[in-house]
Design a protein around this ligand. Structure first.
Ligand code: XMP
Length: 512
């Protein structure tokens, strides 16, 4: 397994993803992990990430120097390469010109094993983002490649399996980067690539059985990817010791409640209690127009209802949650201040401490794409596994202003037509997130001989990698025309459809 030490680069998570895509297990830890912890981890290789600081600054995050004497292969990326250079007597200086964006890397001589297949006719396109570079090559190292602006862009000491690159192999903008990282972990570090969906499931099942023994587990099933995969996985491990609670809050998509029940209670034979709490949510939300207050009301009601249900399960000792690796990294980063991208939304509001349940989080080490892959492995429907993200408060934040059942019903039907058309036309899988929004304003229209005075539906579709920034999806006019026609003809109460062409920032993805 591979250890990635994080020096604060915005791309560190991507390194971990690329390594996992090579089917090699890895973990991401803060740079100040102690030598004892590093040795206990028993890494087959170590990757040092990039970071925003300069190695020659006071206060620059250091690395445990003994790391370089461990004898395991090390790859330093950007700041990581500069640390490596400094340790072995090289010199890092501010670059005359900051390099940001695409650059052409030129090989110098025979590039060697790590760069097998990386260069075509001696060059390779790479993504740069740095203000410093290595000026004096460290002792024992050779220069593998340069760019016009940086004479030392990749270095190696193959005898000791030490490598450094100034560019970012982990981003998609470095086309051969994935190959290079895969070569590093598979060939140089000799990891065997056993991290496959089947293996992940087997390991997780064994671990859950060992942890839980004969005790009872409760889980709040939302129908979202993470809680669904967690439920299917835990059920595979301990069958009827798992008790799921599915709260229908009236803010779900069309027929979603029935689909969740059909999949879990029906096909998989999971014990699921469906709580029809629609009325409680609509009543609780009555008169509230502030989005943050609406979120609180929805979150609190969920906790109340979940607690009531949990009380019905005799001897429940465990609370299972679909926490995934990015959630873990995010909250660790939020605590230590090391992560740079911090999302403001979390699904898991958390349950009160007095519930005194032990936490079971079988997806804690997995990325979203791994969670989806094991979801398929566990036999969940493709549509459920590959669904766009859906916010915890659901339609509660997509009906703008006061939430009413009537508005939710209109929105549900419009949204279903929209999503249905996106599947039909093949747009769905090119889009990161798409949904309809209900605007509680009436505009004038004409239908037949009469004037109408009805509501507006806004359609949103965005493309994004990380949901921190997003661009609007360039939907072809003909498709927009058909979707709009269908919604206005088929959904009573709507006479106008608009398409949202705002990017994030300055707009957000959701409207509230
Ligand atoms: P924004 O609107 O902030 O959304 O650009 C970014 C991502 O977060 C989702 N989102 C939420 N998810 N609870 C959630 O679980 C929320 O309150 C919430 N608000 C936004 C949104 O759907 C998008 O994927």
């Amino acid at each position: 397994r591979i250890l990635i030490l994080d020096f604060g680069s915005q791309y560190t998570q991507l390194i971990a993803r690329r390594v996992r895509e090579s089917r090699v297990y890895c973990e991401l830890h803060p740079y100040d992990m102690t030598m004892a912890e590093i040795s206990a981890f028993k890494p087959s290789g170590i990757i040092l990430s990039g970071g925003p600081k300069s190695v020659y600054d006071s206060g620059a995050p250091p690395v445990e120097e003994a790391l370089f004497e461990l004898g395991v292969p090390i790859l330093g990326i950007c700041y990581g390469m500069q640390l490596l250079s400094q340790h072995f007597g090289g010199k890092v200086v501010p670059a005359g010109k900051r390099e940001y964006g695409h650059a052409v890397l030129e090989a110098i001589g025979e590039p060697g094993d790590l760069f097998d297949g990386f260069f075509t006719e001696g060059t390779s396109s790479v993504w740069m983002s740095h203000g410093d570079h290595v000026e004096v090559v460290p002792v024992g190292f050779e220069v593998v490649a340069r760019t016009t602006n940086a004479p030392v862009c990749a270095i190696q000491n193959p005898q000791r399996n030490l490598y450094g690159v100034q560019f970012h192999p982990e981003v998609n903008h470095t086309p051969q980067g994935e190959l290079m990282l895969s070569t590093f972990v598979r060939k140089i570090c000799r990891c065997s690539g056993q991290w496959t969906p089947g293996k992940i499931v087997d390991d997780a099942v064994a671990r859950i059985r060992e942890q839980v023994g004969t005790e009872q587990v409760i889980l709040g099933l939302s129908g979202g990817v993470d809680s669904s995969v967690a439920a299917a996985l835990i059920h595979r491990a301990i069958g009827d010791q798992l008790h799921c609670v599915f709260v229908d809050n009236g803010l779900l998509r069309l027929d979603e409640g029935d689909q969740v029940m059909a999949t879990f209670a029906g096909n998989l034979g999971v014990k699921v209690t469906r709580v029809n709490a629609q009325r409680r949510f609509y009543d609780g939300l009555k008169g509230e127009v502030d989005p943050e207050k609406k979120r609180k009301i929805i979150g609190n009601l969920f906790v109340d209802i979940f607690e009531e249900q949990a009380g019905e399960v005799e001897d429940a000792q465990w609370l299972a949650q679909g926490t995934i690796y990015p959630d873990v990294i995010e909250s660790a980063g939020a605590k230590t201040g090391k992560a740079h991208n911090i999302k403001s939304h979390h699904n898991v509001g958390g349950l009160p401490d007095y519930m005194k349940l032990k936490l079971l989080e079988p997806l804690r080490e997995l990325f979203k794409d791994e969670v989806r892959a094991i979801g398929e492995e566990l036999g969940l429907p493709k549509q459920m596994v590959w669904r766009h993200p859906f916010p915890g408060p659901g339609l509660g934040v997509r009906v703008l202003g006061e939430v009413k059942e009537e508005y939710c019903d209109i929105l549900r039907r419009a949204d279903a037509i929209y999503i249905d058309e996106l599947y039909e036309t093949g747009h769905y899988h090119k889009i990161s997130q798409a949904f309809a929004v209900f605007l509680p304003v009436k505009s004038v229209g004409v239908m037949g001989d009469g004037r109408t005075y009805e509501y507006v539906i806004a359609l949103r579709a965005v493309e994004t990698k990380d949901f921190m920034t997003a661009g609007w999806y360039p939907m072809p006019y003909a498709d927009l025309a058909r979707i709009s026609n269908r919604i206005i003809n088929e959904v009573k109460g709507v006479n106008r459809v608009v398409y949202d062409i705002s990017s994030k920032p300055p707009a957000t993805i959701e409207w509230e």
